[in-house]
Design a protein around this ligand. Sequence first.
Ligand code: GUN
Length: 291
Amino acid sequence: MAEVISGRDLSAALKADMKVQVKELFQKYGRAPHLAVIIIGDNPGSISYVKGKEKSCNEIGIKNTTFHLNARVSQKTVMNLIKSLNEDETVDGILVQLPLPKSYDEEAIINAIDPTKDVDGFHPSNIAKLWTKKPCMLPCTPKGIIEMLKSKNIEIKGKRVCVMGRSNIVGLPMMKLFIDEDATVTMVHSKTTRQWEFTRDADILIVAIGKPKVVNARYIKDGAVVIDVGVNRDPETGKLCGDVDFDDCEPYASYITKVPGGVGPMTICALMQNTIESFLTHVGDKMEDRK
Ligand code: GUN
């Protein structure tokens, strides 16, 4: 029997602390942190993520503005919007919801965001800082996962971690954060043969492959910590499900997360933390001085 790590409960506690912090910041600086979110098109998953972000901002008192653009607007219009948000001193964080419709140059759009407002940590200068261990905005999902493990005092140092999935958003930065925590990290991906030979060696298994319920008991070591990043529709029930077959793995894991209510709320929580970090940088309270 595994203990379930609830991202929903942990994020609620962290958000309650942030609410107090934002109130104090408002009193000190005369304004609240401000997050601008750009969403293009009508991808239902993206719309639901953005609604979650708005809800959390409102709970905490973070000002938020959503720009929901029609998928027919030009690349130039998006670039001009980012330029105006970069120049707007009352905007602390800019997030462009991914994936973008195929007709847009995603890389150019991310590169246009002012790195000091890049609350996703996706800008090349923030990625370079991450990989050279400089203070920077950490990508939200990996940051939220480390916070989940620490909340349960799960030892990372010296442990074997396996990350499934090599995306820029989750897998790659996740690997780096675990290396920085002194873990030994392996990565498996869609071209890895006999994946279970690696995953079954892991004390901590992070699954971010975007395929419903692929990871079953055969993939995990007895007593492993299993973190499920996936958000999929179960092809049989139509319900939300993860990349991990929860019922199959739960009896063998020591800790496990659920979908929904696991990593998702922690990603949003980390985004809120990054927006506050960004605000502090903009009001002159330098990140370097706080580390
Ligand atoms: N789409 C899925 N996850 C994310 C994320 O963390 N940030 C952005 N911008 N888009 C996403």
